[in-house]
Ligand binder design. Structure first.
Ligand SMILES: C#C[C@@H]1N[C@@H](C)[C@@H](O)[C@H]1O
Length: 437
């Protein structure tokens, strides 16, 4: 064990009510909205082939042009109730909204910088109405905040000189002030989602990140902060020098999912996922493959089966509306969730042998076991190998309670026979089990 001042202060999962609620969400939504939403990945009839919200870093787009986009920011068709209804229909139980991305533009009336929404044609706060609308829809709100802030003169990528440290100390105060402002203005917030903490300047500020984490939780008890905020005494992020998670959940699963339960190290975690290959802000041209609803539902099932949550990202256009493909995706996921949410909400890992047909989840409420089936074998028989001493008493389809034939095999293995094999979408089988035998 390496002696650490600013490593993990808690070993193991948080067990308070706020974190138990987070653990049971299952499905979430991420929303990236900002000045980049105006450009949609294009400038001067050219298309930026990076992530659309990073277009300011494109050498074909002068910083001055980007930084003056605030003069055009006017989401005339933005309606927070529409956003909240879309999320509710999709079945999400938490939403993370960008308040300030790396460009430093604030979607709330911050008094710590003029680079904020009150200076735009739109003028009004967007965060407040969104927090209210989602909160009223029963969807918990988390606020995304980028520590890296390209607009702030005191931002530093590294701390090489005394002058760097003096400037960065001012930047730390600015950051703490803005975060205090957000939690004060929007007290319904359940957590903060930090980003832009990978540079050396922040890695060298482990003590500050530790004190900031503790300060924010003191002024907002129960606040949930993932592992992307802190650095330890040696600049390690997410896991300290002793391999312990620094945060309430692991926040490293960006566009990737753990391969198996071991990869989760038994921590809480969630995966945030783009519908296109990459790109979080609105892009007029979705590069490469964009995921179908069934691909996203399979990712959701896999995440929940490994004790995680799955968060789908949406990038509204500059006018405040969503592209048709995103609305259709939200609708399709919502239609599936309406029938099958019991296998997702309040559910998690089951230590039975993974089978090719799909994923197991087990309800944390009543222990019920679910099979979320994506691949029906040619013989129509789904193999189930329960853990020792557990045996299958009954199997039935969640959607219509139709009982399925269970054929005993060696030990307590069984085949669950499907009468028909032409399912058109993922479906759920509920298993009732007994002990002994
Ligand atoms: C890199 C990076 C950022 N992290 C994701 C959550 C997006 O905000 C992307 O711009």
């Amino acid at each position: 064990q390496v002696p650490l001042q600013h490593g993990a202060h808690r070993i193991g999962k948080r067990t308070d009510a706020d974190m138990n609620r987070w653990r049971d969400y299952g499905l979430g939504e991420f929303i990236h909205m900002g000045l980049y939403s105006i450009l949609g990945g294009d400038y001067n009839s050219m298309h930026y082939d990076g992530a659309a919200e990073w277009i300011r870093s494109w050498n074909k787009l002068p910083h001055e042009v980007y930084d003056n986009l605030y003069k055009k920011f006017d989401p005339k068709n933005f309606d927070p109730e529409v956003w909240a209804r879309m999320a509710k229909n999709m079945g999400v139980r938490y939403v993370t909204i960008t308040t300030k991305h790396h460009d430093g533009f604030c979607l709330w009336p911050s008094k710590y910088t003029d680079f904020n929404i009150t200076k735009t044609p739109y003028k009004k706060d967007m965060i407040g109405p969104l927090v209210k609308a989602f909160d009223q829809a029963g969807i918990d709100v988390y606020l995304y905040f980028s520590v890296m802030d390209w607009h702030q003169a005191d931002w530093r990528y590294d701390l090489k000189t005394v002058a760097d440290s003096v400037a960065f100390n001012r930047f730390k105060t600015f950051t703490k002030n803005q975060l205090t402002e957000l939690l004060t203005l929007y007290p319904q917030t359940k957590g903060l989602w930090f980003d832009g903490t990978w540079d050396n300047s922040w890695k060298k500020s482990g003590a500050f990140s530790d004190s900031l984490d503790q300060y924010l939780k003191k002024i907002h008890p129960g606040l949930i902060i993932g592992s992307r905020l802190r650095a330890d005494d040696y600049g390690n992020r997410h896991f300290d020098a002793n391999g312990h998670l620094m945060g309430d959940y692991e926040q490293g699963w960006e566009r990737k999912i753990p391969s198996d339960y071991t990869a989760t190290r038994g921590n809480d975690w969630d995966c945030i996922m783009t519908i296109p290959q990459n790109g979080w802000g609105y892009s007029k041209t979705w590069m490469g493959h964009w995921k179908t609803p069934y691909e996203l539902i399979e990712m959701l099932a896999k995440c929940v089966s490994l004790d995680g949550n799955f968060v789908v990202n949406f990038g509204p256009k500059g006018d405040g509306t969503f592209r048709k493909k995103e609305l259709q995706t939200a609708d399709s996921i919502g239609a599936w969730m309406k029938v099958n949410h019991e296998a997702i909400y309040n559910a998690g890992y089951l230590n039975w042998t993974k089978q090719d047909w799909g994923y197991y989840t087990r309800s944390r409420k009543d222990g019920k076991i679910y099979m979320i089936v994506f691949n029906v074998p040619i013989n129509g028989a789904l193999k189930v190998s329960p853990a020792k001493k557990e045996h299958i008493k009954k199997a039935y389809l969640l959607q219509d309670n139709k009982t399925l034939h269970v054929e005993a095999l060696d030990g307590n293995d069984v085949f669950i026979q499907l009468e028909q094999k032409n399912q058109q979408e993922p479906f759920v089988i509920v298993l009732e089990t007994g002990q002994g035998g």
